[in-house]
Design a protein. Sequence first.
Length: 171
Amino acid sequence: MAKRIVLKKGNIYCAELKNETTRYFQYLIDDPCQLNGETIRIFNYKGKKGISDDLDEVIKSGVDFFAHVVIKWGIQRNLWYKTGKRSIDDNFEYPMFRGTLNVDEEVIDGRIQYKKTDKWQIWRAGQPFSNRKNVGWLTDEYKKIDLGHIFSPENIIKKMETGSYGMDYYT
């Protein structure tokens, strides 16, 4: 029988990457604006495989990016494992995300080409869907906000390794 996976806010997970490094993330909150996706923060800290890292130092390293993912799927695929837990500060400000409901795309040379859109929205994780704000075209300020998709565990690993999810998206 498969072991039951229990997720708790504050859990910290370690991903062992191809380049012999480790990266860490923390489960923050479920986001009702994104299908109750599990919101995580990925830390800047990069460790070495096989070495036990101090989680307080990991947290002090700061945040590289925020994302939504199904944590359980990454555990089931052996992409990460729980390594500890730290409480989330009461005054922690949950991250902003951006997304579009636009589906204006076309296929050119076998690849989906997303067109520019003026239908962007931003929201703060954990807030009701009704709090999403329409912002129109993306300004430079809004382009800095993380994408609000629920990414596959493999996309999260790719961004940890390369800094990019490795997929095209609207601009």
